[in-house]
Design a protein around this ligand. Structure first.
Ligand code: KIV
Length: 272
């Protein structure tokens, strides 16, 4: 009974889709239960992004992220939240080959994690798959512009649309996935004016990251905006400096242990 009540309180896919042109959509990534609980109080949706491969597991790109890792982190985030819509990324190699393959893996993600939607990268080339999944009950968030899973083809994590001749292709990508039934589109790493044109061209919300303040919502990687990552993309504003905070705390602990001033049992008990 309580589970049912919690499910009902979560934001839904139609509620997010209805925010097109309305109140800006707040979203962040999260990979574990405790940070998700904090983010849940402020975000409309939480993305369990495959960036976790780089942020949490030290990979150089997201290409090596396996499906079971996404499922493990997805489960943790769903457990830690009750209000935000939870979207889990489909990792590289789990959906591109065919709509059938995409359905099998998306269904596994949804059944195992109990998330409400999946995200996949690609525009026009993925439109058939987006349609196939949505028709079969799987809400899809699309992701266009700089698509990190294709970073080897793109020659790195490069801002898209610097050449204005490419703009029609990006706009076509957005329209294709919107027409196919995607309920929202992440627009990553594109020049601002192109992002604005994409937002104007589709009737589903655009979620910007390194794109434009005029997108219908924004997303950031939580560890980037908290100042936990030593390297972050240029466009990221840091809202915290947790990296330094952790360093200070660890240093203080190490000093206390080494100088035998670490609190003994009685003191620890007193602090509780
Ligand atoms: O994997 C991720 O964190 C993402 C966001 C950057 C949008 O896809």
């Amino acid at each position: 009974m309580s589970t049912q009540t919690e499910t009902i309180r979560r934001l839904t896919v139609p509620q997010i889709a209805a925010r097109k042109g309305g109140e800006p959509i707040v979203s962040l990534t999260s990979y574990h239960a405790h940070t998700a609980t904090i983010v849940d109080r402020h975000a409309d949706f939480i993305l369990v992004g495959d960036s976790l491969g780089m942020v949490m597991h030290g990979m150089e790109t997201t290409v090596g992220v396996p499906l079971d890792l996404m499922i493990m982190h997805g489960k943790a985030v769903v457990r830690g939240t009750k209000r935000a819509l939870i979207v889990v990324d489909m990792p590289f190699g789990t959906y591109e080959e065919s709509p059938n393959m995409a359905f099998r893996n998306a269904a596994t993600i949804m059944k195992e994690t109990q998330c409400q939607a999946v995200k996949l990268e690609g525009g026009k080339r993925m439109a058939e798959t987006v349609h196939f999944l949505v028709e079969r009950g799987i809400p899809v968030m699309a992701h266009i512009g700089l698509t990190p899973q294709s970073s080897h083809v793109m020659g790195g994590f490069k801002t898209q649309g610097r050449d204005q001749d490419t703009w029609p292709l990006h706009i076509e990508d957005a329209k294709a996935v919107a027409d196919a039934g995607a309920f929202a589109i992440v627009v990553e790493g594109v020049v601002e004016e192109l992002a604005d044109q994409i937002t104007a061209a589709v009737d589903v919300p655009t979620i910007g990251i390194g794109a434009s303040k005029n997108c219908d919502g924004q997303i950031l990687v939580l560890e980037d905006m908290l100042g936990l990552n030593p390297w972050v993309p240029k466009f990221v504003k840091k809202y915290g400096n947790l990296g330094e905070g952790i360093e200070e705390a660890v240093k203080a602990y190490a000093q206390e242990v080494k100088s035998r001033t670490f609190p003994g049992e009685a003191q620890v008990y007193k602090n509780k």
